[in-house]
Design a protein around this ligand. Structure first.
Ligand code: GDP
Ligand code: MN
Length: 376
C-alpha cells in the first residue's frame, strides 16, 4: 500500500477528475469484458453485470466474452443477454487450456493437491481452482474468442462497482501508453506460493532482465545487515532461511500483488514472447499443482519483471468490491442519473448475498478531491 501509493504519486495520475457527461461519440477501443464462469454462478454473474452496466457499460456498450470449461446452458445464455444491449459471445475452454497438461504426472499432481487440502491451504485441495488459476495465468488471452481483441476488462461473478465510470478507461490507457491497470493490491497468503518468487527471480536472472522500477514493489524491504533479520516475517510465519535469500540475490517476495479479479490490460503483454517464456518457466516448475499458485501473483510478478512503473495504472477512482475486500475512492459531487428500473440499485435479496458489514477496505482511499463520481 504505501508503495502502491508511491506509484500513483510519481508515475501515474488519475485519468479523469470529476464526473463527466459520458462522451460516447468517440470510437470504442478494441476491447471486451472477459468473464470466466459456470452455469451455477448465473445469479452472481447477473449482479456483476447489473453493476457494470449501470455504472459504465450502459453508455459504452463494450461486448462480453463468457468462457467456461463446460457448456453454457440455454438459461445462462438467454438470461445474460437480458442484462445488456452489448454484443455477447459464449465460448468453451478446451482441454488444451484447462486441466492437466500431458507432461504432468497426474498422480503426483493429484497427490500434491490433496496434500494442500489436508493442510487447509485456501482452495489448495480444489482441483478445479488450480485449473482456473493456470488458465488465467497462461491461456485466457489465447482463447479464439479473444483473438480479435487488443484489450480486456476482467469481470467476475458477485463483484460490485459502486461509482459511475464516466470516461472510457481503455481509451485513457491507450492515450497514456499504459499496459496494465488495477484497483486493489493485497498480500497473498504465503502458504499458497512458497516457491513462486524463487522461479520468478530465477527468470529475471536467466534472461538478464533488469528492473524497470516495478520489480522493487514486490520485494521485502532489505535489511542491510543479514544477521539482524528476525526469524519470522511480518505476519509471524517462519522466514525463509537466508540461504534462500542468497540464492535469490537477497530478494524476498513481500507477497504484494494486483488483485486480478479486476484487470484492465493489453492482451499483447500476455501474448508477448517474454510473457510466454515466463509462463512456461513457471508452469514447468509444477507450482500450479504442487502449490496453489494464483494468477494474480503470476500476473504481478510478470509485470514486475517485464514492465516499467509508468506502464501500470492504478484506477483509484473506481469503487469496486469483490467478496470481502473493496476499494473506496474519495467522492466527487453527486451527479443526477436518469432512472431506469433495470439499472436500479440491488434488491434486498441481492444485498443479502453480499453482506455489507463484513467488508474491509484494502487501504485508505487517497483523499483527492474531485476524483470519480458519486458512489452509491
Ligand atoms: P476467488 O475469487 O479466488 O474466490 O475465486 P472464484 O471462485 O471467484 O473464481 C475466479 C473466477 O474463475 C470466477 O470468474 C469464477 O466464475 C471462475 N471459475 C472458478 N472455477 C471455475 C471452474 O471450475 N469453471 C469455470 N468455468 N469457471 C471457474
Ligand atoms: Mn471471485
Amino acid at each position: 500500500p504505501p508503495a502502491i501509493r508511491k506509484i500513483s504519486e510519481k508515475h501515474d495520475k488519475v485519468f479523469v477528475t470529476g464526473c463527466l457527461e459520458p462522451d460516447t461519440s468517440k470510437p470504442r477501443a478494441n476491447a471486451a469484458f472477459v468473464v470466466l464462469a459456470r452455469n451455477k454462478e448465473l445469479d452472481g454473474v447477473i449482479l456483476s453485470m447489473k453493476s457494470i452496466e449501470r455504472h459504465f457499460n450502459r453508455w459504452y456498450n463494450y461486448p462480453y466474452v463468457f468462457l467456461n470449461d463446460g457448456d453454457f446452458n440455454q438459461t445462462f445464455r438467454d438470461t445474460v443477454r437480458k442484462y445488456t444491449k452489448a454484443n455477447v459471445e459464449f465460448g468453451k475452454v478446451g482441454p488444451d487450456m484447462w486441466g492437466y497438461p500431458d507432461w504432468v504426472d497426474t498422480k503426483v499432481a493429484k497427490e500434491g493437491i490433496n496434500k494442500q487440502g489436508d493442510n487447509a491451504i485456501m482452495y489448495g485441495g480444489m482441483e478445479s481452482y488450480h485449473f482456473m488459476c493456470r488458465f488465467y495465468s497462461g491461456f485466457f488471452y489465447k482463447h479464439p474468442l479473444l483473438a480479435k481483441y487488443e484489450w480486456y476488462w476482467r469481470l467476475e461473478p458477485d463483484i460490485k462497482y459502486f461509482c459511475d465510470i464516466t470516461y472510457d478507461p481503455f481509451l485513457e490507457m491507450i492515450k497514456h501508453n499504459k499496459t496494465y491497470g488495477f484497483t486493489i493490491a493485497v498480500k497473498e497468503l504465503r502458504e499458497t506460493v512458497p516457491n513462486m518468487f524463487r522461479y520468478a527471480s530465477a527468470y529475471m536472472r536467466l534472461k538478464g532482465l533488469k528492473s524497470q522500477g516495478l520489480w522493487e514493489f514486490f520485494l521485502e524491504p532489505q535489511d542491510k545487515d543479514r544477521s539482524s533479520r528476525s526469524a519470522t516475517n511480518d505476519d509471524g510465519s517462519p522466514r525463509i532461511p537466508d540461504v534462500d535469500a542468497e540464492a535469490m540475490e537477497g530478494e524476498r517476495y513481500n507477497m504484494c500483488h494486483f488483485w486480478s479479479n479486476f484487470e484492465i490490460a493489453r492482451l499483447d503483454f500476455f501474448r508477448s514472447k517474454e510473457y510466454e517464456d515466463f509462463f512456461q518457466m513457471m508452469d514447468r516448475s509444477g507450482g500450479f499443482w504442487m502449490e496453489r499458485w494464483g494468477d494474480a501473483p503470476i500476473h504481478s510478478l510478470a509485470a514486475g519483471a517485464l514492465l516499467a512503473t509508468r506502464d501500470i495504472h492504478y484506477f483509484r477512482d473506481f469503487g469496486y468490491r469483490h467478496t470481502t475486500i473493496q476499494h473506496c475512492p474519495a467522492n466527487a459531487p453527486a451527479r443526477q442519473l436518469p432512472r431506469e428500473p433495470w439499472l436500479e440499485e440491488t434488491t434486498a435479496d441481492e444485498r443479502e448475498r453480499i453482506a455489507e458489514d463484513k467488508y474491509w477496505e484494502h487501504w485508505d482511499a487517497p483523499q483527492e478531491n474531485g476524483v470519480g463520481c458519486r458512489c452509491r
